[in-house]
Design a protein around this ligand. Structure first.
Ligand code: AMP
Length: 181
């Protein structure tokens, strides 16, 4: 399993999908899984730029992991976003005899992130929501990276600026080095 991290607008979804397509791996985005549910409460929470509760998240991710047991590798985008979710994931992967091969952390300067989010124009990309999601990223999601690093999981920081192809090449190289050892 490879997990993509990075602030909103860093390119996690684009890069995760390209990596998955190139290798025949499965891309799992919790944002996408949540958008596909018909749960009004969840959609309202998302439209307010807030995090969905852990109970719903863990249920949805558990189901997705169960359905992915036969795939060679998984790319996760959007989970875990909190240390509690990170601990839950590590515990639950044991059940599937699986583990985390690498964390890919995409780094992009703030002004470039703002530009990208503006162009993307998703329904939940209002200025207020962008501010909220960025705050949550700093206060809740970033500590997950330290948690994983302390747990001995390989974290690779990737420069997320440049062409889609050049960023992909950097990610390929990092992923390859993590999978070899
Ligand atoms: P994303 O597509 O990753 O930007 O996620 C869109 C929205 O889905 C987020 O703003 C949250 O409301 C919700 N979401 C996605 N993943 C999680 C998660 N791991 N924990 C809580 N909420 C999440």
């Amino acid at each position: 399993m490879i997990i993509f991290f990075g602030p909103p607008g860093a390119g996690k979804s684009v890069q995760g999908q390209i990596l998955a397509a190139r290798h025949g791996w499965r891309w799992l985005s919790t944002g996408q899984l949540l958008r596909d549910t018909h749960d009004q409460t969840i959609h309202e929470t998302m439209n307010q730029g807030k995090l969905v509760n852990d109970e719903s998240m863990n249920r949805i991710v558990a189901e997705a992991l169960k359905n992915a047991q036969d795939v060679e590798n998984l790319i996760i985008d959007g989970f875990p976003r909190k240390v509690e979710q990170g601990k839950w994931l590590v515990e639950n992967l044991k059940k599937y005899n699986s583990g985390i091969d690498a964390i890919i952390l995409l780094e992009v300067p703030d002004d470039e992130l703002k530009k990208r989010l503006h162009i993307r124009g998703r329904a939940d990309d209002t200025s207020k929501n962008i501010a909220l999601r960025s705050q949550d990223y700093l206060s809740k999601t970033k500590p997950v990276i330290d948690y994983f690093q302390n747990a001995g999981i390989k974290v690779r920081t990737i420069n997320g600026e440049g062409s889609v192809g050049s960023i992909h090449d950097r990610i390929e190289e990092a992923v390859e080095s993590c999978l070899q050892k």
